[in-house]
Design a binder for this molecule. Structure first.
Ligand SMILES: *Cc1c(COP(=O)(O)O)cnc(C)c1O
Length: 382
């Protein structure tokens, strides 16, 4: 860790901009080598104070909603793309005014909104999300290809549609079937997409490979990613888009927290001023165990504690960790890899305050960018 955690208000997320830059440089290598375009999927990371930096390396943002689209347009230069399972009528004109690409999840949505886009006079690239019915994701919660999935158009549906209709309204196809995966999975996915949908891709201007590419992870195989992109570009003469979320912010941020109390109930327990349920919901949802700086697995060091949050949820437990010294109230603990899917998902359940948001860079040191208070809790209720 590059910065000093003393004297910080806690809890606080701190993004290390030198680490973020490293990720962005790697992503830029991929776009430089292939000519593909890479967009930030804001769903994973919407810390807009970093958008000017991200915008120096990536070609724009992608959104899952009107508000994300607006944030991308307001805070970063470049293209704004959007995909939604279904668009709302009362939002469609604003979305049209903000976006460069719109991806539809069904033919019915395309048929409903394409005329609205036409009559707006704005030039928008329209695409369809396909469901290649091929995914290697083992957790159903994250698998858009499970039977009964609400994402994308299957080959059967595509062929049925084309018995009476054509593809004139669209110039791109989008698939998103991966989650935290290496490029071998992409290679196999692209093969399936090519076999099933190749005859439609030849009529397209672009193909969007979605997110879930763990490009900035140490063991990620960049060459296979580059080959997969080149394959699609060369075979069909299309532009390729990637829209990673997690890979942009992977291993760039920390959540700094303090111990409020320690207790004992058959084992040692520490109550922190941060909550799994409120501030790192993926710890419970995925579930996963974030690393704590200086701590080990249970039993690895002499003092093992169950770390839990200040809410009344019995399961608000981050995990069991061992330390070299006993924990004391006031001690600072630092959770790693807390930039993505954290700030964007946090909540004020139980009236617990939101962590502050900060950044560190070698040039500017530590900055506290935003702090939250009672109003942020009350404002969402009535
Ligand atoms: C979630 C999502 C992404 C980003 O996924 P990551 O796993 O964070 O890379 C990109 N595109 C779409 C359509 C998504 O739903």
């Amino acid at each position: 860790m590059n910065f000093d955690v003393k004297n910080l208000p806690t809890p606080i997320y701190i993004v290390d901009e030198s680490l973020l830059k490293k990720n962005l440089e790697l992503l830029k290598q991929v776009s430089d080598a292939t000519g593909c375009k890479i967009l930030l999927a804001q769903k994973a990371f919407s810390m807009f104070s970093e958008y000017p930096l991200i915008g120096e390396y990536l070609q724009g943002t992608t959104a899952s909603s009107l508000y994300e689209a607006r944030l991308g347009r307001e805070e970063m230069k470049g293209e704004v793309h959007i995909f939604s399972p279904a668009y709302r009528e009362d939002e469609i004109s604003e979305i049209i005014s903000l976006c460069d690409h719109m991806v539809f999840n069904s033919f019915s949505q395309l048929k409903k909104y394409h005329p609205v886009i036409e009559s707006s006079g704005k030039k928008i690239d329209c695409g369809l999300r396909i469901n290649p019915e091929y995914s290697e994701i083992e957790t159903d919660l994250y698998n858009p290809c499970i039977p009964g999935s609400r994402f994308g158009i299957t080959l059967t549906q595509f062929e049925h549609y084309l018995e009476t209709e054509n593809l004139e309204e669209i110039n791109g196809l989008h698939f998103h079937t991966m989650c935290e995966q290496n490029s071998d999975v992409l290679e196999r996915t692209v093969r399936v997409v090519d076999e099933k949908f190749g005859k439609f891709i030849s009529k397209m201007k672009w193909v969007n490979f979605g997110g879930g590419h763990h490009i900035t992870r140490p063991d990620y195989d960049i060459d296979t990613l580059i080959d997969s992109i080149q394959f699609m570009k060369e075979k069909y003469g299309v532009e390729v888009y990637l829209e990673p979320g997690e890979a942009v912010a992977l291993n760039t941020g920390y959540l700094v927290t303090k111990v409020l109390d320690t207790l004992e109930n058959g084992m040692d327990i520490a109550i922190l001023d941060t909550s799994a349920a409120c501030h790192m919901p993926d710890v419970l949802e995925m579930p996963y165990r974030p690393e704590v700086i200086g701590a080990g697995k249970p039993g690895e060091n002499p003092f093992t504690y169950r770390l839990g949050g200040p809410t009344c949820l019995a399961g608000d437990v981050i995990g069991d960790y061992s330390f070299k010294e006993p924990l004391q109230p006031g001690d600072t603990l630092v959770f790693c890899d807390m930039a993505h899917y954290s700030m964007v998902k946090n909540n004020t359940f139980n009236g617990i305050g939101l962590p502050a948001i900060g950044a560190w860079s070698p040039e500017k040191g530590t900055r506290i960018i935003r702090q939250f208070g009672y109003d942020d809790f009350k404002m969402r209720l009535s």
